[in-house]
Design a protein around this ligand. Structure first.
Ligand SMILES: *[C@@H]1O[C@H](CO)[C@@H](O)[C@H](O)[C@H]1NC(C)=O
Ligand SMILES: *[C@@H]1O[C@H](CO)[C@@H](O)[C@H](O)[C@H]1NC(C)=O
Length: 194
């Protein structure tokens, strides 16, 4: 639940999409010259967790652009089932790729963003200074531990950082291990056009 939302947020932040007020650190912006606003054109996902040990299962995920009101905005809705209480440490891996000439090129790990390994995602979560309303209202909250349950975040607005996201095809895989067993896996494809 939380974890998958946070993994999703890590993915989105790494792609240059920042949830309103989620993080109190700035995504590195190269400069101000990129004023174009990328548009989400394709989105697909699958839950890639091992059904025999999955603790967190993404039941629904929807990312839709808002081309009419705010061209740079994305709406994210998520439904998550947490089968058992989740405590630290949560080991996690994130892999991020961008397609360059028909080849998936892996992003490096820059600090806590990019293709990173996390010894304990709960530690990363402590960097969230202000838990966004939709996440609070879903009952999930932003800090470990997380309680078993079914959580829903209705369509909530996220803003694209136009300076940080480049047009192109992106692939992200996030997975997590709890007490030595694979507990979560999410596989995402996103395409942005100019
Ligand atoms: C970049 O944009 C920010 C906020 O819009 C502004 O404060 C800053 O002066 C700009 N920097 C440059 C180099 O134009
Ligand atoms: C993520 O999945 C990969 C490939 O299956 C695996 O090698 C790795 O240990 C997993 N990481 C975590 C933290 O579960």
């Amino acid at each position: 639940m939380k974890i998958s939302l946070v993994l999703l947020e890590c993915i989105l932040v790494a792609l240059g999409v920042t949830a309103k007020n989620v993080f109190n650190f700035e995504v590195i912006k190269e400069n101000n010259k990129t004023q174009r606003i990328p548009k989400l054109t394709t989105f697909s996902w699958k839950d890639c967790s091992d059904p025999s040990s999955a603790v967190m299962v993404v039941e629904s995920l929807d990312i839709t652009p808002d081309p009419i009101v705010t061209p740079g905005a994305l709406f994210v809705a998520i439904g998550l089932m947490v089968k058992g209480d989740v405590f630290a440490p949560i080991q996690a891996d994130l892999l991020l790729y961008k397609k360059v000439d028909d080849t998936w090129v892996k992003f490096p790990c820059l600090g806590i963003l990019g293709s990173c390994h996390y010894d304990d995602l709960c530690q990363v979560l402590t960097l969230i200074s202000s838990c966004p309303d939709p996440i609070v209202q879903s009952g999930i909250g932003c800090q470990c531990p997380f309680k078993a349950g079914t959580y829903t975040m209705p369509k909530s607005e996220f803003d694209i950082d136009a300076a940080a996201v480049a047009a192109g095809d992106y692939h992200a895989v996030g997975n997590a291990t709890l007490m030595g067993k694979p507990a979560f896996c999410l596989d995402l494809y996103l395409s942005f056009s100019e």
